[in-house]
Design a protein. Structure first.
Length: 415
């Protein structure tokens, strides 16, 4: 909130986060080398066009197990002497005139042949043991090109294999491998340092002393960041001690592109994130949203080090909702991934109330009738309710009450 009382809307704050992160689009691409795709929990995206160095397929080959023939020589019922077998992986042979060469799927078409007759259409309709006197006949004529996969019929050498911005899934990595490409320019993953702040925060696996809670934010945001395409360089718990937070920020051994913090952004007496970063270039204030009102963002400069900082509230639901609303779309866009959740409008199964001056984000599921069933209340500590939910439910500014049957905007969060 500014001194004049203006509170940014969700849309305005989202635009501010987009502007903060937009310079990261200019980062250098990552050059992947090797015969295997890189391990990743999210699809990678091409940073530049790549072209095929070879024809696909690289030679004329058989689409079926059968006989390679010269189509014009085939006369229904006329016997053909059986030539030498051509297995897959064999070099290109010459078809002897007047013969039919047994050929396997994927094997190269011999010079002089221009068609393949499937084994099922031959008489006998099985491959005989190899000997000099074997003969085969065919009931029908054959058209030149039948069951032949021509060289370059999928793609010719020098053609665009995949365009910049292509999301690389199984088929895309397959065609890269088929073309023999072993160097692929990828949009590099942003490296994010996650800091959970607060004297009360304890890592799981340690004894939980009175007044302490286990760190949920580090775990949930690390997974959320990976789903948005980023790499989590580290997840740390930082106590409410300003010199320690400054030291962590200035540790460039981590080589981070972005720092994400939770906690310490409100108006309390121990707001370490605000204390350290407000004078370093980060703006703090409130957004017209519930949960997740307190927010901070900006480029922090401490000593000779600087980095973009995004600061979320410490309550776990507030942190996750903030990520969904502001950070996930921007990060996925920077990684070349679809930025938005699947969204639609659905009727409420029961009434709800909402603060009229805030965009409320509730959690819920969708029943068999297509109705939205709210899970838990609006409170920002109800993480288990969030974990049981499959959708986020949006109640816009200006709405204080909705009745059962009223339509609301929902985002799917289980895909």
């Amino acid at each position: 909130m500014r001194e004049d009382g203006w509170v940014p809307t969700v849309e305005e704050h989202r635009a501010a986060i987009d502007a903060l992160l937009s310079p990261l689009a200019a980062r250098k691409p990552e050059l992947w080398r090797g015969p295997r795709p890189p391990a990743s929990t999210t699809p990678r995206v091409l940073a530049a066009d790549i072209h095929s160095p070879i024809d696909l397929p690289p030679f004329d080959n058989s689409q079926m197990d059968g006989y390679a023939v010269h189509a014009a020589d085939v006369v229904p019922g006329a016997p053909f002497r059986v030539g030498a077998r051509i297995p897959a992986g064999h070099g290109v042979d010459l078809l002897v005139s007047g013969t039919a060469a047994p050929i396997m799927t994927g094997a190269p078409i011999p010079d002089g042949a221009d068609a393949v007759i499937p084994i099922e259409a031959a008489s006998p309709n099985e491959f005989l043991p190899e000997h000099e006197n074997s003969v085969v006949s065919f009931a029908d004529t054959v058209v030149s090109g039948s069951y032949v996969r021509p060289r370059g019929s999928d793609l010719s050498a020098g053609s665009l294999l995949l365009a910049a911005g292509t999301q690389l899934g199984p088929a895309q990595w397959g065609v890269i491998a088929a073309a023999g490409v072993t160097e692929v320019p990828l949009l590099s993953k942003l490296r994010v340092l996650v800091l959970s702040t607060g004297d009360e925060v304890t890592l799981a696996g340690h004894p939980l002393t009175p007044g302490h809670i286990y760190d949920a934010n580090g775990a949930s945001l690390a997974v959320a960041l990976a789903g948005a395409g980023a790499t989590v360089s580290d997840v740390l718990v930082v106590h409410d001690y300003a010199p320690l937070l400054r030291e962590v920020f200035e540790d460039r051994d981590r080589e981070v592109d972005l720092v994400l913090t939770t906690g310490g952004v409100s108006a309390g007496a121990y707001e370490v994130v605000r204390d350290v970063f407000e004078d370093a270039g980060v703006t703090f204030g409130s957004v017209a949203m519930q949960p997740g009102g307190p927010q901070g963002y900006g480029v922090a400069r401490i000593g000779k080090y600087s980095a973009p900082v995004i600061a979320f509230p410490g309550n776990p639901v507030s942190a996750l909702v903030s990520f969904e609303m502001f950070m996930r779309p921007a990060l996925r866009r920077l990684h070349g991934l679809p930025p938005d959740r699947r969204a639609w409008r659905a009727p409420l199964s029961a009434p709800l109330d909402s603060p009229v001056a805030k965009h409320q984000v509730r959690r819920g599921t969708v029943n068999s009738a297509g109705e939205v069933v709210l899970v838990g209340g609006p409170s920002s500590h109800l993480l288990h309710s969030y974990a049981e939910s499959t959708v986020l439910v949006h109640v816009p500014v200006g709405v204080s009450h909705l009745s059962a049957g009223d339509l609301v905007d929902v985002w799917s969060i289980d895909e």
